[in-house]
Ligand binder design. Sequence first.
Ligand SMILES: Cc1ncc(COP(=O)(O)O)c(C=O)c1O
Length: 394
Amino acid sequence: MLAKTPRLGADDSVSADASPVAEGIYLDNAATAPLDPAFAEAMSRVACERFGNPSSRHDLGLGAERELRLAREQVANRLGLAEGTVVFTSGATEALAIAILGCGRARRQPGHVLISAVEHAAVRETALMLTRDGHEVEETPVDSDGRVVLGELRSRLRPTTFLVAVMHVNNEVGVIQPVGRIARAVKRERPRCRVLVDMVQSFGVLETDVVALGVDMVAVSAHKIHGPKGVGALGLAPGVTVAPLWSGGGQERGNRPGTENVPGVVAFGMAAAIGKGDPERFRRYGAKLLAAIRDISPQAQPLVEERYRAPHILTVTLPGLRSEVVVNALSERGLWVSSGSACHSRRSLRSRVLIAMGVDERQGAIRLSFGRMVSDADVDQAAETLRSTLVELS
Ligand SMILES: Cc1ncc(COP(=O)(O)O)c(C=O)c1O
């Protein structure tokens, strides 16, 4: 259960009549996970007490630099990377842009980029920017579970393919891609081709060892694992370099110049060390909520087969119901879930992911996603709310 917290006014001061955040159960942790209060405290401490510029050579600067180094180690550990190959950014979108646009810029000749058909807009739209420089961007298809079809991907590799981007866990449906196998297949045929993996949804839940998986570049984000928004990182496997998008003071070894967001990065490090939560607990929660939904809507189906599904994301079809109607009805009853990707639900666009999977996207679907702050009691109450709401809507 989320506590009632006073909301800060637009001027950042706590105003007496500011409307409080409503109480409810938050099962939309794939969109963003609530900030851990301990991280907020650490951010405040670092911002106030360790405010030095990490590039300054006096005590305060060195203190801030130490904070940065510890956070880098924490993120690197979670990625199985040695310190120094983690580049802090303003989020995963920026990390992906450095990787994608950097790879494009590093080429003298136009080439070919392959992305999966279920990538987040941060990969797809950024890759499409490369077409302005004459590069070709192609999508490789997925099966009905949303998994990349390896043979199809292999058959699309060309001598000019310089980048393959496949996400680890899909944010809309939770499908896990076999990124290790994909990387091996790509490297076997095109050893110089870079493999980029968007690990935003898997980081802190699944194994994300960059070296063991054999991928070159990964992007991760703090706010999906109870850290702050606007902080992320690009992880680079040993020997992999990128061309920075801009230049400046040389921070982040020149890969992402600009004075570092030390408080945010410190909280990101703490979040990376702790992770998003226990996968086994998430599986239990998913099973309980699916059973509750099926009590009322027996035809409801998970969109992804259990063995391919990440434990913390469960998207369930609701035949005969519209997603927005269900999401709104649940929200009115204090249960916050999503109809898929947050941006799709806002703009009511057709979901590219569902289309790629061959799912009739006119049928309703809701996404339930878990994090460390969801309790057993929350899930019991959510199951009750799902039952009563579906009874009313049916
Ligand atoms: C799979 C995926 N990739 C990338 C992003 C973008 O991350 P950020 O919000 O840190 O820019 C998100 C966030 O919604 C995501 O879910």
